[in-house]
Design a protein around this ligand. Structure first.
Ligand SMILES: [Zn+2]
Length: 445
């Protein structure tokens, strides 16, 4: 057969299959029906636990959730016992393609960019993604620092079943003012900056950068509003938000100063990432515009890191003191935001090696740390489920245990509404109806 006629045959056959044949009828088996039983269930919305919970799942989807539901015959039953079932957790600020060793002083963000290819970092992402999943984080929004679209490659690999990991909302390369996020890079190494960020100068470049991100496969747009040397203009940010929203993508705005949070809020970004500096005048507009704060603070004991290092003891003591002061300030601004009615979506910003913990455990520990600022466990659970799902524009699929949602769940020991530390005791994880972790203690006969 000539190449031309083979191509013709393929095209004709393809068109025939598309229009006339319903492929799934070929030897398809009906989706598996599974029932999960657990002593308690948090559905993501209610502030009470449902006792004697049953979740009926068909294939990848939740069919019904209730107390003492009857289970249809022929259903596979997984009795989880004395645990609390929760919607799979969502980390709205992850960096799966980055694992910086903090004891490697001065290396920071630059080292992985300079030393690793995007391909290598995507494979690292596969490892860290698996760790997230096993800690019960079934969805993440990966907000940049993933090389040249390595987050999209990882997202697709997970979707295709090549590797197991959380569902990923990928932001591709972050948009940033000149310099990217390497403000101390001397001399400026533009090729390295461009591997990691898309720098924009002027509204047309800003518009083009969003459009390019969509071509690159972006589910969200991340923008570094300030970088220590430069600050995007309100006009640039407005165009970024307008273009992203026109294509139904949320905008995550990294801000650390009063000036940058003010323009991000004015431009109508969907979330403020970090927001370490939170002037009172942005609180009311954030509430009115339903802009989420994604605090990425972590626990106070993270400052003990400086005790574990070697070198000048006095300098380490000063660094630790500064860390604790910054942490106390961050907790104060989080209390102020919550008191004003600003909605919170959970984000870990975990990008470093945490000794003794997997990436997933460290990320969940960061969520639990919101309790140190006085947040109630139920509000933190909502921040890491329904709220984050809404921010990712995925609330129709994930974030709550209700009919028609994806069967993404985890089971933990104890009662997380009473003590959120329970989130660290993961016994079972399911994603898309597939069991990914079953660490129930084996019962004695
Ligand atoms: Zn970050």
């Amino acid at each position: 057969m000539s190449r031309r006629s083979r191509r013709l045959l393929t095209t004709v056959l393809g068109a025939f299959l598309l229009c006339c044949v319903s492929l799934p009828s070929w030897g398809q088996t009906p989706p598996t029906r599974t029932a999960l039983r657990a002593a308690r269930l948090f559905d993501g919305k209610s502030d009470r636990l449902l006792p004697d919970a049953v979740v009926l799942i068909e294939g990848t989807t939740i069919q019904a959730v209730g107390s003492g539901l009857s289970i249809p015959p022929g259903t596979r039953v997984i009795d989880l016992g004395d645990v609390t079932l929760l919607p799979g957790l969502i980390d709205a600020h992850s960096h799966l393609l980055l694992d910086v060793d903090p004891s490697n002083e001065g290396g920071g963000l630059l080292t992985p960019v300079a030393q690793s290819s995007t391909a290598e970092r995507a494979l690292l992402g596969a490892k860290l993604g698996r760790e997230m999943l096993e800690a019960g984080v079934t969805t993440v929004r990966d907000v940049g620092n993933s090389g040249v679209n390595g987050d999209v490659a990882l997202r697709n690999a997970i979707q295709r079943g090549w590797v197991q990991g959380p569902r990923i909302s990928a932001c591709t390369r972050a948009l940033a003012p000149q310099g990217g996020q390497f403000p101390t890079l001397q001399p400026p190494a533009q090729p390295l900056i461009e591997q990691e960020y898309v720098t924009v100068s002027g509204v047309e470049e800003a518009r083009r950068a969003v459009r390019q991100a969509l071509v690159d496969g972006a589910d969200c747009i991340k923008v570094i509003v300030d970088n220590g040397h430069n600050l995007l203009s309100l006009e640039e940010l407005k165009v970024i938000v307008e273009e992203a929203h026109r294509m139904k993508r949320p905008v995550a705005a990294h801000t650390t100063t009063d000036a940058s949070i003010r323009i991000a809020v004015q431009a109508g970004a969907d979330s403020i990432e970090h927001g370490y500096s939170l002037p009172d005048d942005v609180l009311a507009p954030m509430v009115r515009k339903r802009i989420f704060l994604v605090p990425t603070d972590g626990p106070m004991d993270a400052c003990d890191f400086f005790d574990t290092q070697t070198g000048d003891a006095e300098r380490r003591r000063q660094m630790k003191e500064r860390c604790r002061k910054n942490m106390a300030r961050a907790q104060e601004r989080l209390r102020r935001a919550v008191a004003a009615g600003v909605r919170i979506a959970a984000g870990s910003d975990m990008y470093t090696v945490m000794p003794g913990m997997t990436r997933g455990q460290a990320s969940v520990k960061w969520f639990v740390a919101y309790t140190e600022a006085g947040l109630k466990p139920v509000d933190i659970l909502r921040a890491a489920t329904v709220n984050a799902a809404e921010l990712l524009r995925m609330q129709d699929q994930v974030g709550s245990l209700t009919p028609d949602k994806r069967a993404d769940l985890l089971a933990v020991e104890g009662d997380p509404l009473k003590d959120l530390q329970a989130l660290m005791q993961v016994r079972f994880v399911m994603k898309d109806g597939q069991v990914v972790l079953d660490a129930r203690p084996t019962r004695s006969p």
